[in-house]
Write a protein that binds this ligand. Structure first.
Ligand code: SF4
Length: 350
């Protein structure tokens, strides 16, 4: 049995954003107000929270999880953390997630995670390179990451939020990080290619020529490789890139953003699968699901879409497994980045 079978159904989450709450300083790339579209007023904290809850709850009546995102939850005052757990419990949520920085995980927080049934803690682990982390204004180290995962994973699921193309980040370190993190007991990952947001330190670095945006093709290749490594190792990839609903024209100065970024990455993966000899066989409806971003997969490999009602169409996890096994577990980082995939990326009209 391959590790990939650990995949679980994703639960429906109602997000509550706490932009910059608990953040000692601002990381160079971060502008939570722009990403989340939320600005907290100083007047009535719980009214703001409640407004967010009411806004999101209109979209569904069967949310299973409430999640506190957008800040550094572990650095909030203990009394506020408790109020937020109790707020969630008051809404009948027994299933709570939060995001926090690795160095905030203490015995006290672990006790709360257990007591208040926090079922997923997402750690901002943008990179495992201490120098990259420090130059982006973060204050954790790889040791903090190891310790935090060890402490949380005994009592709750652990997620990580990684980045691609950061300031002072070696491009391929993302793939090495994926290999390392996949060996730890991690349940979920979000992969964020770096975007230069307005009113950030990164914007000034970019304007002064101190930061160069990674080539989009390279970012897609790295995202695809990281996706395959995480998924093959049973880790759910919850997100690839910032949300599509961000107002890009007003808020994004430059960077690795496309509203269909995740779709493009999955298209690249499926194209690579077909290049390696795979095919999509199944009912017309099922194989149509693999037409890919702007139907590129289907247009490019018409003869590899075979209608056959007698078989179930291959799952995306099987696609990942097929590639992983033929790529020798990506032992050689450059392998995926060479001729075949370069050819594939050229076909993507992003
Ligand atoms: S990245 Fe996280 S820790 Fe850094 S400023 Fe943004 S919310 Fe705070």
């Amino acid at each position: 049995m391959t590790p990939i079978n650990k995949n679980d159904k994703t639960k429906k989450i109602i997000p509550i954003f706490l932009p910059f709450l608990g953040c000692a300083s601002r990381c160079v790339y971060c502008n939570q107000n722009l990403i989340t579209g939320v600005k907290m007023s100083d007047d009535d904290f719980f009214k703001d929270i409640n407004d967010q809850y009411n806004r999101f709850s209109k979209f569904s009546n069967n949310f299973e999880v409430i999640a506190y995102y957008g800040g550094n939850f572990g650095e909030l005052d203990k009394s506020l953390r408790i109020e937020l757990y109790e707020y969630a419990n008051g809404l009948k949520f027994n299933n709570i997630h939060f995001s926090t920085s690795p160095e905030t995980i203490t015995d006290e927080l672990v006790h709360e995670i257990k007591k208040y049934n926090i079922t997923l803690v997402e750690l901002g682990v943008q990179s495992l390179d201490d120098k990259t982390i420090a130059s982006n204004g973060r204050s954790y180290t790889f040791k903090d990451v190891e310790k935090a995962i060890g402490m949380i994973s005994k009592i709750s699921d652990v997620g990580v939020q990684v980045m691609i193309g950061m300031y002072n980040q070696a491009a391929l370190s993302v793939i090495d990080d994926a290999k390392i993190l996949s060996k730890y007991p991690i349940k979920t990952v979000r992969i964020y290619p770096t975007v230069v947001l307005k009113d950030t330190v990164l914007e000034s670095y970019y304007n002064k020529g101190e930061y160069t945006v990674m080539d989009m093709s390279e970012s897609i290749l790295i995202s695809a490789t990281a996706y395959i490594i995480y998924r093959y190792n049973g880790i759910d990839v919850l997100r690839l890139s910032l949300p599509a609903n961000i107002d890009a024209d007003d808020n994004i100065v430059a960077g690795l953003y496309h509203p269909a970024y995740g779709d493009i990455v999955k298209t690249a993966i499926a194209l690579y699968y077909l290049e390696l000899g795979g095919e999509f066989r199944g009912s017309r409806k099922d194989i149509y699901n693999y037409s890919g971003y702007r139907s590129i997969i289907k247009e490019t490999y018409v003869n590899k879409f075979i209608e056959d009602d007698s078989v179930d169409c291959i799952s995306f996890d099987k696609v990942v497994e097929f590639i992983y096994k033929r790529s020798e577990g990506f032992e050689d980082n450059s392998r995926l980045l060479k001729s075949e995939t370069a050819k594939i990326i050229k076909k993507l009209r992003y």
